[in-house]
Design a protein around this ligand. Structure first.
Ligand code: NAI
Ligand SMILES: O=C(O)C1=NCCCC1
Length: 316
């Protein structure tokens, strides 16, 4: 029987670099937004609810022809795990050979989920934010940390402001950021003060009710909202959604999965891939929201990058 390699979190971390991930994902998101001729096949993810334990299991298959990436991620998300000191998201990715369907690697999906989500927010920010010096982060979990790491690497961030619903989480992340990057970091006790002077806002929480509402913000602020991935959950208020130019990763995902989009009834201006293609305008001088649900194509592209890097290593 043939065995296939397993790549753990450390293999993924050494294989993925944000610059390379951003370039690959930018092209793949553009392919996706071309429609059928873009060579991306990706059904809406199938999600099984584990109501008794407030958990979910999602299956996310995708094929991205231009990257030779055929993969399926299985991801669980259990919000209550944090109280047990366990990760709230756990994921594995199975990568296949596109020519035969043969499984060629299985790998950790948690690091990929964190890095590819942050990389996609960085792509949206590159196009939609007028300035990128002051970053406000709502949340202090895995995604909040990954977003800070990516944004510090990719943009000339000068100040980072953090709010979390549990202040000790924000303090802990602030210590990590200031020790790792030597950037000015401040923790805020309320969302309104945290976002007031921000050029870019990241909302990355497990909330089910809006945490970011209409309040004093810079007129051209760009907001990346990666939380609230269920049709009943919201991270942004309806008013805020309706008074912003709303971009999404996938119109199909956003209209089926995003409570922020569904409950507000806000108009979707377009997909970030359409911005990359130059098919729709990047309204960088207005308030913009990038609503991210997370796409299987992003996992497939990242998994293929990891596989190629690990194969290359074997040869050297
Ligand atoms: N768009 C995408 O591609 C992806 C989105 N996600 C979503 O992003 C969000 C954050 O994920 P992770 O950072 O991995 O989770 P995490 O569990 O590591 O962090 C969650 C954060 O939310 C905070 N939080 C929990 N309950 C809250 C509440 N009621 N109000 C305000 N804050 C609350 C926690 O204190 C923590 O800071 C989740 O909704 C997750 O499902 C996760 C992966 C990919
Ligand atoms: O894209 C993903 O992966 C996820 N998105 C939202 C919920 C959990 C995982």
């Amino acid at each position: 029987m043939n065995t296939i390699p397993y790549y753990g979190p450390d293999d993924v971390k050494v294989s993925l670099k944000y610059e390379e991930l951003v370039s690959a994902l930018e092209l793949a998101l553009a392919d996706f937004s071309k429609g059928p001729e873009g060579g991306v096949s990706q059904p809406l993810r199938a999600t099984a609810e584990v109501t008794q334990f407030n958990g979910f299991l999602a299956a996310m298959p995708a094929y991205v022809e231009s990257r030779h990436a055929l993969a399926c991620k299985l991801v669980t998300f259990y919000p209550n795990n944090s109280a047990k000191n366990m990760d709230t998201h756990m994921a594995s990715i199975l990568l296949f050979d596109e020519t035969s369907g043969l499984p060629i690697a299985i790998m950790d999906g948690e690091v990929i989920t964190a890095m590819r989500t942050a990389a996609v927010s960085a792509i949206a920010t590159k196009y939609l934010a007028e300035k990128k010096e002051v970053l406000a982060v709502l949340g202090s979990g895995v995604q909040a940390r990954a977003h800070i790491e990516a944004f510090v690497k990719l943009f000339a961030i000068k100040k980072i402001y953090i709010w979390n619903h549990r202040p000790n989480g924000a303090e802990h992340l602030a210590k990590h950021v200031s020790a790792s990057f030597g950037i000015e970091v401040q923790v805020f006790a309320d969302v309104e003060s945290c976002v007031m002077d921000a050029d870019v806002i990241i909302a990355a929480t497990f909330t089910t009710e809006p945490i970011l509402k209409e309040c004093a913000m810079k007129p051209a602020v760009h907001i990346n909202s990666v939380g609230a991935p269920r049709p009943q959950w919201q991270e942004l208020s309806e008013e805020l959604m309706n008074h912003s130019v709303v971009y999404v990763d996938s119109v199909v995902s956003a209209t089926k999965e995003s409570g922020d989009v569904i409950k507000s009834g806000a108009e979707i201006y377009g997909e970030i891939g359409q911005v990359v293609l130059g098919k729709i305008k990047a309204e960088s001088n207005r308030r913009t929201v990038f609503k991210s649900l997370g796409l299987a194509l992003e996992d497939a592209v990242a998994a293929r990058l990891v596989f190629d890097m690990m194969e290359q290593k074997k040869l050297t």
